[in-house]
Write a protein that binds this ligand. Structure first.
Ligand SMILES: [Zn+2]
Ligand SMILES: [Zn+2]
Ligand SMILES: [Zn+2]
Ligand SMILES: [Zn+2]
Ligand SMILES: [Zn+2]
Length: 243
């Protein structure tokens, strides 16, 4: 009955558009690398297989961070344990009684709920807070929370990805949470110091001059050869001298 309240293309029938959407969202909302103990451990063999296929297809494998140091693993373990303890929950689907004792509204869209409606509730939000199934979404990306897994913070629902990002920056190169004190920031994005590198040639850019394009840093050499504009009069590249 929960699925009947969802948009058709988001209903997770096996091998359907909705199921692919679910797996894609699962990986996006609960990045396995945000947890030292992999979320994948709780999945069935079938789900794990699909996740593997999916991540190969979509090149989601992390480009850089295959191995964390002992220290980094310890920090990640603490970070993820704290988030689970303080914020993680799983919504439950229920049907409201046919006659409601008092007016109830959806916590997301504020529309009135009627007796007999199927709603989602979340233990961390308290027993009187309910959502339409289609309104049980992350406050940042507005996507449906996959498998009703949510994080609760300051009165709002988050997916795992955006909850983590509300606490720590995420590296724009490797997609992992940056636990170190130091990181490089540019144009509202963040990078591990060691991952702030030219998007084209991978040369490290810490302490170097660089140019941002579409949110990605380039060394001057690569930028020149890829994006330089040419002078109409003499035909030479117009030198890049900034960043
Ligand atoms: Zn609603
Ligand atoms: Zn989100
Ligand atoms: Zn990184
Ligand atoms: Zn380069
Ligand atoms: Zn010229």
């Amino acid at each position: 009955m929960y699925v009947l309240a969802l948009p058709e293309d988001k209903v997770p029938y096996v091998n359907s558009v909705g199921e692919k959407y679910r797996i894609k969202q699962l990986l996006h909302q609960l990045p396995p690398h945000d947890n030292e103990v992999r979320y994948c451990n709780g999945l069935s063999e079938e789900e794990r297989r699909e996740l593997r296929l999916f991540s190969v297809t979509y090149h989601l494998h992390v480009r850089y961070c295959n191995g964390l140091s002992e220290e980094e693993r310890r920090e990640l373990r603490l970070f993820s344990a704290q988030r689970k303890r303080e914020s993680l929950g799983r919504g439950s689907v229920k049907q409201l009684p046919l006659s409601l004792p008092h007016d109830m509204t959806c916590a997301q869209c504020s529309e009135r709920l009627s007796g007999g409606d199927i709603v989602v509730s979340a233990a961390r939000a308290g027993p009187s807070t309910c959502w339409h199934p289609a309104c049980f979404t992350c406050c940042v990306c507005r996507e449906l929370l996959v498998d009703l897994i949510y994080f609760w913070k300051d009165g709002a629902l988050y997916c795992g990805r955006h909850h983590a990002e509300s606490l720590k920056p995420r590296c724009a190169a490797c997609d992992e949470i940056i636990l170190a004190d130091e990181c490089t920031e540019a144009e509202g994005r963040a990078w591990h110091m060691k991952h702030f590198a030219c998007f084209e040639c991978d040369a490290r850019l810490g302490g170097q001059r660089y140019i941002m394009r579409d949110g990605r840093p380039y060394c001057l050499h690569c930028f020149d050869s890829m994006f330089a504009e040419y002078c109409d009069t003499c035909g030479h590249a117009i030198g890049v001298d900034q960043g």
